[in-house]
Design a binder for this molecule. Structure first.
Ligand code: X90
Length: 275
């Protein structure tokens, strides 16, 4: 299929995807003083520094149907991936946009897929869709291929304050992160919620445990994508550890954009992988 458009929301941390028609719809990070639209022009580091010292209330909001329609443009065949519908309204507004778009544009097709995840796991799914499109597969064959594709997401967080304050995780789970030097590791559950796996003291221990959790979660040496929030050193060290444990692993490192930076917070890592 040479006319597939891939559309995501900004939770995927992807502003560009070569070889295929592509767009993304931004989420927004809001504080009482400033609002940050998570588009390609956002200065993520500046936002994270601001939030780090900001003491007031902050929250996020998902794209509305009009934002999604903008990113659909006038494409004929669209696959749209959203952040987990269990924690965000993004999936629901994308479904509304799909109904409006298909009603208005006869013969056009939009498939909305709830990733039940975020960040790098969405990117793996989008790259799989692109690969199948470039191979010449039909729309339905691409959807079948995506259903058969197994991926997982782990996270390593130094603070879960914003997740807890916005009701995306229980206060008790959030308490373990945020203690000095403690990193909480968890995964995206199969219901698209946060599932805690372990707490670890210090960066080295946390990265070692992450590789172990990847094994337990079914990783055997395929594609891995690590998105970090202002923590390139830990991301690189984790990439090295993964390559030592799995010589066939193909590891990519990238930066979180605004939405994931808000929730993963300074130092946070998100690891998407094939499993
Ligand atoms: O609609 C909105 O305002 C967006 C709400 C998003 C809430 C969760 C974002 C999580 C971002 C943190 C760790 C990974 C969690 C895995 C979830 C399945 C990243």
């Amino acid at each position: 299929m040479n006319d597939l458009k891939i559309v995501l929301d900004s939770s995927a941390n992807l502003t560009q995807l070569d070889g295929v028609d592509f767009a993304f719809a931004p989420l927004t990070v809001e504080t009482q003083e400033r609002s940050f639209v998570d588009d390609a022009s956002l200065d993520v580091a500046e936002m994270v520094e601001f939030l780090y010292s900001y003491k007031g209330r902050s929250s996020t909001s998902c794209p509305n149907a009009a934002d999604w329609l903008d990113s659909f443009g006038n494409a004929q065949n669209i696959i749209c991936f959203t952040i987990t519908g269990s924690l965000s309204g993004s999936y629901s507004t994308a479904c509304t946009a799909k109904r409006l778009y298909e009603a208005k544009n006869e013969g056009c097709r939009v498939e909305v897929i709830d990733s039940l995840s975020t960040g790098p796991e969405i990117v793996l799914m989008a790259e799989k869709a692109r690969e199948l499109a470039i191979e010449g597969k039909s729309f339905d064959e691409i959807l079948d291929g995506l259903r058969a594709y197994g991926t997982q997401l782990l996270f390593v967080l130094e603070s879960m304050k914003n997740l807890a304050n916005n009701g995306r995780v229980g206060k008790l789970a959030a308490k373990t992160a945020g203690l000095l030097g403690i990193r909480a590791i968890g995964k995206a559950s199969d219901r698209g919620t946060l599932e805690m796996l372990s707490k670890n003291r210090g960066s080295a221990k946390a990265l070692e445990a992450t590789v172990e959790h990847m094994k337990e979660t079914g990783f055997a040496g395929g594609k891995v994508r690590i998105d970090h929030c202002l923590n390139p050193d830990a991301a690189e060290e984790l990439a090295q550890r993964i390559k030592v444990a799995f010589p066939t692993a193909l590891v990519t490192v990238a930066e979180c954009r605004g939405l994931c930076s808000f929730y993963a917070e300074m130092g946070g890592l998100l690891i998407g992988f094939e499993a």
